[in-house]
Design a protein around this ligand. Structure first.
Ligand code: T3D
Length: 258
């Protein structure tokens, strides 16, 4: 795969957005390759954490705008239904943590793909841009779902309508993303976090993700029932057994992701 490069090693799958000449903007080929890569990560048992990052100086500039004016291109209907909506659903449905390592500008669908991830890390020179209003569109790729939940209605509304560039430090301050690291430390700090996640009890992380997926739509009673149901399943895992045994034996746990 060329527009997307998938690398799997030591339990970590890295999905590299690889069209640096257009700031990793998505065309149809890239979107379909991204879906294939996410599907591989889901199926592959050895994968315990997924990282999405960009080649070169950017994360992604969103939709490739040269494709939308191409009369032979996919057109708006197919772009959302066949490109971005499946990607967002795959990221939320993946039974493993998905980390966005935002290495530069994240604009349009690129920004919202990042915000749909479980943990968003950014380099200090990165910027987040809801670019849609600048070209007469509305935020898509889950933006109107995730952003108000992350930072509140008022800020989301202003950021989406004004289409202002948000610096990574500001995004961290307002809770849009988890952490910012200096450009020079970014790679090392991201690696530390993903290697930690790759050694954690993967099933428990998957159930945590599933519980969070429904938390904003459930009332308290329903959410407590959901937690109960996921906890029963987590308690069946080999990693739960190992977690308790290693604690009682005062040794470091060895989780196998099962
Ligand atoms: O039909 C639909 O559109 C539905 C789908 C919607 C989903 C969306 O994502 S809509 C939003 C699409 N994205 C944008 O509107 C962002 C457009 N890009 C920018 O605003 C700027 O490029 C950035 C703020 C992201 C970065 O600015 P800067 O100054 O760092 O870079 P640049 O010089 O603008 O771009 C560098 C090159 O990448 C340049 O090409 P060149 O001149 O070197 O040959 C530029 O044209 C190209 N590029 C950047 N973004 C895109 C792009 N080419 C195609 N599509 C892009 N989105």
């Amino acid at each position: 795969m060329s527009s997307i490069v998938l690398d799997v090693r030591n339990g970590v799958a890295t999905i590299l957005l690889n069209r640096p000449q257009v700031l990793n903007a998505f065309n149809r080929e890239m979107a379909l390759q991204m879906q294939e890569a996410l599907e591989n990560c889901d199926q592959e048992e050895q994968v315990r954490v997924v990282v999405i990052t960009g080649e070169g100086k950017s994360f992604s500039a969103g939709q490739d705008l040269s494709e939308v004016v191409d009369p032979d291109g996919p057109g708006m209907k197919r772009i959302l239904k066949e490109h971005y909506n499946p990607i967002i659903k795959q990221i939320r449905g993946l039974q493993k943590p998905v980390i966005a390592a935002v290495n530069g500008v994240a604009a349009g669908a690129g920004a919202n793909i990042a915000l749909s991830c479980d943990i968003v890390l950014a380099t200090s020179s990165a910027i987040f841009l809801q670019a849609f209003s600048k070209i007469g569109l509305i935020p898509d790729s889950g933006g109107t779902y995730f952003l108000p939940r992350l930072i509140g209605w008022q800020k989301a509304s202003a950021i989406m309508m004004l289409g202002e560039k948000i610096a990574a430090s500001e995004a961290e301050r307002m809770g849009m993303i988890y952490k910012v690291f200096s450009d020079e430390n970014f790679k090392n700090e991201v690696e530390k976090i993903i290697n930690t996640l790759a050694e954690m009890p993967t099933r428990a992380l998957a159930y945590t993700k599933q519980a969070l997926n429904v938390s904003f739509i459930n009332d308290l009673d329903t959410q407590l029932d959901a937690e109960d149901s996921f906890q029963q399943r987590a308690a069946q895992s080999a990693d739960y057994k190992e977690g308790v045994e290693s604690f009682l034996a005062k040794r470091k746990p060895v989780f196998i992701g099962k």
